[in-house]
Design a protein around this ligand. Structure first.
Ligand code: GCB
Length: 578
């Protein structure tokens, strides 16, 4: 699915702002409008806006509506209604008519509304949002609060994962126009390098009839024409003296794609941005543009006071400023695809991303064939959305499943096969918490692991935690014989809590433990990266072990540094292979 743009043939305007909201009651029809209970911000989560507890933990149907007008110059245009992401499930009605629905909360979806939108008069869009999780949703939820060792249970709302199940229209909603008689649907770009030449493969898919496609590389001025057949065209472009996209060197190129009619008229125009870079795993190294790169950074969340998981450009910019300040080169989009706007920011700033599917805490006690279908669909939507981004260097198909079970094998084999079929250019991984007991690592290129010595076990014992880490890392490498990426390690830390000698929850302990663990990781030649859990403190469901949420942030939820930040900044100023 393409990103909204304004070009010769395309336009869009946002339906962001204040919408109406009502919780769903039995027997009431909301599809053609309803009496609002509250006003709600779009984009944003609804949960933390109000003072009533019932809204905060509402995990059932809830309705959003918005009235908007369409100018007369839209006449004759093809019009699409696009949602950046709705958590968890959306059913969309325009002027009382069902357009369709979408499941999983972190990827865009759109509907062709050319025939149902009304020009010049008020249109009403009503969206049934539902945040009901089950054994067949991804992520799962409502599993009677049962938990495996290593997974989370006993929470309110009932979720087996460790972040608040925010709901709502989290990303922009827009009305877009595209070409009328022919329009691009999908573009995919792959890049390799031959000496100093960038070799770019581009495939475009479109609807309607076009005579040919024109490709114009904006940075070099080169233009070429290619034949189209059955709604597809393929092109090979080369860029002499190519400037590679790299960490903190975000060289980007833009190709203007036009679908032309037989007389050379422009039917549709779209500009695809890309970067030329290579990524591969060889032996014990992750190579970016042929050189080893060591991942230093964080797991994160889209999470901020009041707006919850709603897109907020200011927070995103602040976060990237902090990442650069501290010397991080990467983060994992834990535990779901982040907004398209954030991926673009990483692309523009030269930050590496491990793109993760929204599958956290898959528990094979509950998995059904439908769970796998949903998971495959979510993974497909992630890869199709982000595969042109040079920032994404690896796909993570899931985080912390009960992957020590036999049932995990066919399940993860199917996911790995799907990821490779959609994208053969990037390494793939799955983030395990099962250590050497994991049964699915054979399907992946990198062994990603979450380890919490010094926190969930060996509390308060830095030296013991270091020794424990050394043993488990070596055991995992001996068993799986693949490079190991430490995808999470951390310690809850209350900003302002101090203790000498250092003990759990203090800023001193987080500093001593994490810096000590990093020493061990750097002593293992097969370790390709260290991602601290977490970049910032974040909201979780309620339970007896989180104090106002997860406090493992190196920054507070308000994005101010804890003590460890300056130590990390010093450490990360010098890359491991530098
Ligand atoms: C993990 C999970 C993450 C949790 C973290 C923790 O292993 O992947 O979602 O928040 O542990 O702090 O317990």
């Amino acid at each position: 699915m393409l990103y909204p743009q304004r070009t010769l043939t395309r336009s869009h305007f946002d339906l962001t702002g204040i919408w109406d909201l009502a919780r769903e009651r039995e027997g009431v029809d909301y599809t053609a409008g309803f009496t609002p209970e509250k006003q709600v911000a779009v984009p944003g989560s609804f949960n933390d806006l109000y003072v009533e507890e019932e809204f905060r933990t509402w995990m059932k149907g809830i309705w959003y509506s918005y009235r908007f007008s369409i100018p007369a110059f839209f006449k004759g245009e093809r019009v699409v209604l696009r949602f950046g992401a709705v958590s968890y499930r959306a059913a969309v009605y325009l002027n009382g008519k069902l357009l369709g629905s979408h499941e999983t909360g972190y990827t865009p979806f759109e509907f062709d509304v050319t025939d149902s939108i009304q020009l010049g008069v008020d249109n009403l869009v009503c969206v049934r949002v539902d945040t009901i999780l089950s054994a067949e949703t991804v992520p799962m939820g409502n599993l009677s609060n049962k938990a495996e060792p290593g997974q989370i249970g006993g929470q309110y709302p009932d979720t087996p994962f460790d972040f608040f199940p925010y709901g709502g229209l989290h990303r922009p909603v827009s009305v877009c126009t595209t070409g009328r008689t022919a329009w691009l649907d999908n573009v995919s770009v792959t890049t390799t390098v031959d000496g100093t030449t960038g070799v770019v493969g581009l495939t475009g898919k479109f609807n309607g009839r076009a005579a040919q496609a024109e490709l114009h590389l904006i940075e070099t001025g080169a233009t070429s024409h290619v034949a189209v057949a059955d709604g597809v065209f393929n092109a090979a472009l080369s860029i002499a003296q190519v400037k590679l996209w790299d960490v903190y060197q975000p060289n980007l190129y833009n190709v203007r794609i036009r679908l032309l009619d037989a007389a050379g008229g422009v039917l549709d125009e779209y500009v695809q941005r890309f970067g030329v870079r290579t990524v591969e795993v060889t032996g014990n190294r992750l190579l970016l543009n042929g050189r080893p790169v060591y991942l230093q950074g964080f797991g994160r969340h889209e999470d901020f006071p009041i707006i919850g998981k709603g897109l907020n450009h200011s927070v995103n910019i602040r976060d990237h400023e902090l990442l650069k300040w501290i010397g991080a080169n990467s983060y994992r989009t834990t535990h779901y695809p982040y907004s398209e706007e954030l991926i673009r920011l990483a692309e523009e700033q030269g930050i590496l991303l491990v793109g993760e599917a929204p599958a956290v805490s898959i528990n094979f006690d509950y998995v059904t064939p439908r769970t796998l279908e949903t998971h495959l669909q979510a993974l497909t939507e992630l890869i199709e959305r982000d595969r042109n981004s040079p920032a994404v260097i690896m796909w993570s198909v899931a985080n912390e499943a009960t992957s020590d079970r036999e049932q995990a094998r066919p399940y993860f084999k199917a996911l790995a096969e799907r990821a490779r079929a959609l994208d053969s250019t990037r390494p793939i991984t799955m983030v395990t918490c099962k250590g050497t007991e994991d049964k699915v690592m054979e399907y992946f290129d990198v062994v990603s692991v979450n380890l919490y010595p010094g926190w969930y076990h060996l509390p308060g014992q830095v030296a013991g935690a270091q020794e424990d880490l050394r043993i488990i890392l070596n055991a995992m490498h001996d068993k799986f014989k693949k490079p190991v990426f430490i995808a999470e390690f951390g310690a809850d830390t209350i900003a302002g809590q101090h203790s000498l000698p250092a003990e759990q929850w203090s800023e001193e302990y987080q500093t001593d433990l994490l810096m000590g663990l990093i020493e061990v990781m750097r002593g293992c030649d097969f370790v390709i990266g260290e991602h601290i859990w977490n970049f910032a403190d974040f909201r979780t469901a309620q339970n007896f072990y989180r104090v106002g949420g997860n406090r493992k942030g190196v920054f507070t939820r308000e994005r101010q540094p804890k003590m460890i930040a300056r130590f990390l900044k010093q450490k990360w100023a010098v890359g491991r292979y530098a």
